[in-house]
Design a binder for this molecule. Structure first.
Ligand code: UP5
Ligand code: MG
Length: 195
């Protein structure tokens, strides 16, 4: 039975994860599963017992407990077909709780090969998010939430990125370039992965 291939996609808020995942999906046939989108979808589901918690965590830039997130991710993956699938898991795992929870739940069920990391300076990410916030409708695209997201990213997510690096699984991209240039770097990596 062919286990699904998983590539995690990390980087700060506004680094361009979603933008590049869309391109990878179109070009390389990976299925793009955004943890943030899964949580936002759950938040909107009538009667969800987690709706309020998710809303608060997202506004505060805090990381939702993995018991909630990992089930949503697995459900989304399975809805696209499991065996032989290729998935981009965008914006996860964001902290140690996510990392351990994922491996406790899915360790032998998936083939998680790499972590694609979009490296971008904070001032550039802030500018992008403030601009997007003018019409994104996202509750966390305001300066107060953006700064909280940055702090969480530095304190909790960067150590996880370091773990992938130590394990020899990190593929780093310079995300402080225009979208086409970033895409050129991403393509080199995926041409290699998909050989
Ligand atoms: N843009 C993109 N690339 C550009 C480039 N190269 N040059 C110029 N502009 C560029 O891009 C952001 C904006 O920048 C867009 O306007 C784009 O056009 C432009 P995008 O591709 O959306 O960046 P992305 O990295 O995806 O930014 P996003 O805001 O989605 O990042 P976050 O990581 O903050 O958001 P996410 O949705 O993953 O998570 C939101 C919250 O959910 C978290 O803060 C947390 O509270 C919660 N969460 C969890 O609790 N657990 C999880 O596992 C996941 C999320
Ligand atoms: Mg995103």
């Amino acid at each position: 039975m062919a286990r699904p291939i998983v590539v995690f996609v990390l980087g700060g808020p506004g680094a361009g994860k979603g933008t590049q995942c869309t391109k990878i999906e179109e070009t390389y046939g990976f299925c793009h599963v955004s943890a943030g989108d899964c949580l936002r979808e759950e938040r909107k589901t009538p009667g969800s017992e987690f709706g309020e918690l998710i809303e608060t965590y997202i506004k505060e830039g805090k990381i939702v407990p993995v018991e909630i997130t990992v089930k949503l991710l697995e459900k989304k993956m399975r809805s696209h077909g499991w065996e032989g699938g290729k998935f981009l898991i965008d914006g996860f795992p964001r902290n140690l709780n996510n990392f351990e929870g994922w491996y406790a739940h899915l360790k032998d069920a998936v083939d998680d090969r790499y972590c694609l990391f979009f490296d971008c300076p904070e001032d550039v990410m802030e500018q992008r998010l403030v601009e997007r916030g003018k019409d994104s409708g996202r509750v966390d695209d305001n300066l107060d939430s953006i700064r909280k997201r940055f702090k969480t990213y530095v304190d909790e997510t960067m150590p996880i990125i370091q773990c992938f690096n130590d394990a020899g699984k990190l593929k780093k991209v310079d995300a402080n370039q225009d979208i086409c240039k970033v895409w050129e770097e991403v393509r080199c990596i995926f041409d290699d992965i998909c050989q």
